[in-house]
Design a protein around this ligand. Structure first.
Ligand code: NAD
Length: 497
């Protein structure tokens, strides 16, 4: 069987890989391979970085007005043709089309934020710090920056970084996930149409070889990575060892703490939306409901009732939840349900073998609810990244908080309560980077910054917002004196006045 091969994007055009190495791309709802992606060779990595490096000086010197006009035009294209990109995402990732459109909308927010970046690129100026001496600072781009993205948000995660990096004057090389690489090419074409000069944005298709190439090449100044924790840690350690600025966002295990006074209907709606949206393949998905007794039984009944109404099937049809990204990933996630059974948990709703509105060969796993999950079980300690929601019962707020703070990850969390004092205590005490108060998926808007704590992030700068601008620029500080007739002559000490 021959399938189309997805190319790189170098120097403003598609470039076919000649490495002879490929990776399959599936349509998860059909369960068949529909394409393959060519994986970069050493020579292609060198070519891609050289092209981005050559394009950098002119883009760095392009006026802010020019850069803003490109970003604004890109925003118009993305907005007008959102559905076209959403359908591409669904065909390779499997998420329902409305959810794919939703991720593009979140990416668009960063594009819109970046259109106003000149405001954040302004430096400081202090007049007369010493007599006749002024000090001022400017922020300048870094050079060629690499972005390495995961499969679960093939448009949104690249768009957390691309608009900010470009507006700051950098060239960008994006290495998308080999599981769903076509969205990156769509973005590349749209940027070209928006007027971005050739070479300023590159798509390098590949696997570990391409990642290692970006991490070690002397012409790559910085790396933004998003993916699983072990790879994030590897990327951070390797990139920094090679002198690069690195931000590496890792995995997650997000808890929702439910206090007895919470509105249980709101909690049940939120748990279902945040647990099963995008088939749980979201780094901000809720994975564990921590129920402070006596609410667990009533809450589980409400959640199970809602789960029974979910329609699972092909994301191009009118469904709530699609398949998982690959057969291998589906089998791995389903394996956790077996682990739960062996570890003595109660499987309340079992997603294995469900009926779907889609092809029988699709990578299906229905929403699954597991009660009484022991906190020693791998179901509790490991990131599952699928439609499996665990319930852990605790006796008090303090017990729930301790559980959350003991976790290895610290990406997102939420508290559900009608007690403002409890919510305020939680926001103060919880060791997690993004906190929702009666909000299940607290992804910050584009003018704040996205990132967690602990093993959910390596590096000290988060994505987008002011921290993103900081990451993609470096500051330069000038001390300046223009001589006037009264200059003070030789003085070997520090100026005092
Ligand atoms: P992944 O770690 O398998 O892959 C991420 C990227 O790393 C891909 O581009 C992949 O090609 C590359 N890669 C894979 N193996 C590699 C290796 N051995 N060496 C070098 N590079 C390698 O992650 P994924 O499965 O694509 O995405 C899901 C993961 O991403 C989950 O753990 C999820 O929590 C995480 N994620 C985190 C955030 C966040 O903001 N913290 C956001 C989205 C996804």
């Amino acid at each position: 069987m021959t399938v189309p091969t997805i190319p790189h994007w170098i120097d403003g055009q598609e470039v076919a890989s000649t490495s002879g190495r490929t990776s399959p791309v599936f349509d998860p709802a059909l369960g068949v391979q529909t394409k393959q992606v060519g994986l970069a060779s050493e020579a292609e990595i060198t070519l891609a970085i050289a092209s981005a490096h050559a394009a950098y000086p002119a883009w760095r010197d392009a006026s802010l007005a020019k850069r803003s006009s490109v970003m604004f035009a890109f925003r118009e294209i993305l907005n007008a043709r959102k559905l076209e990109l959403a359908e591409i995402i669904t065909s390779e990732h499997g998420k329902v089309v409305s959810d794919a459109a939703g991720e593009i909308s979140r990416g668009l927010e960063v594009v819109e934020f970046a259109c106003g970046l000149p405001q954040l690129l302004k430096g400081d100026f202090s007049e007369n710090v010493s007599t006749g001496v002024d000090v001022y600072s400017i922020r300048q781009p870094l050079g060629v920056v690499g972005i390495i993205s995961p499969f679960n948000f093939p448009a949104m995660v690249p768009l957390w970084f691309i608009p900010v990096a470009l507006m700051a004057g950098n060239s960008v090389v994006l290495k998308p996930s080999e599981k769903d690489p076509s969205a990156a090419l769509w973005i590349a074409r749209a940027l070209k149409e928006a007027g971005l000069p050739d070479g300023v944005f590159t798509v390098l298709q590949g696997d570990k070889l391409a990642v290692d190439g970006l991490l070690t090449h002397p012409d790559i100044a910085a790396i933004s990575f998003v993916g699983s924790t072990p790879i994030a840690q590897y990327v951070y350690e390797t990139g920094t060892k090679h002198g690069k600025r690195v931000q590496a966002l890792g995995g997650a295990k997000n808890h929702m703490l439910v206090l007895p006074d919470a509105d249980l209907d709101l909690v049940a709606d939120s748990a279902v939306n945040a647990g099963f949206g995008s088939a749980g393949e979201r780094c901000m998905a809720i994975s564990v409901v921590v129920a402070v007794e006596p609410v667990a039984d009533a809450l589980i009944a409400k959640v199970a009732e809602r789960m029974a109404t979910l329609k699972i099937g092909d994301g191009r049809r009118n469904c709530d939840m699609g398949p998982l990204v690959t057969r291998e990933h589906r089998d791995k996630v389903a394996g956790y349900i077996e682990v739960a059974e062996k570890d003595g948990a109660t499987v309340v709703v079992d997603g294995r073998g469900i009926n779907v509105d889609g092809d029988a060969n699709g990578f299906w796993l229905g929403p699954t609810l597991i009660d009484q999950v022991p906190t020693t079980s791998r179901v509790y300690t490991e990131e599952i990244f699928g439609p499996v929601l665990s319930v852990v019962r605790v006796g008090s707020y303090d017990e729930g908080l301790a559980l959350i703070n003991d976790g290895a990850f610290g990406n997102g969390t939420a508290i559900f309560t009608n007690d403002g004092g409890a919510a305020r205590r939680f926001q103060n005490e919880v060791e997690v980077g993004m906190v929702g108060i009666n909000v299940p998926i607290p992804v910050p808007v584009a003018y704040y910054s996205f990132g967690g704590f602990k093993s959910s992030i390596f590096g000290d700068t988060k994505a987008y917002g002011a921290e993103g601008v900081h990451f993609f620029t470096r500051s330069k500080t000038m001390t300046s004196r223009w001589l006037d007739p009264s200059h003070g002559g030789i003085n070997l000490g520090f100026p005092q006045n």
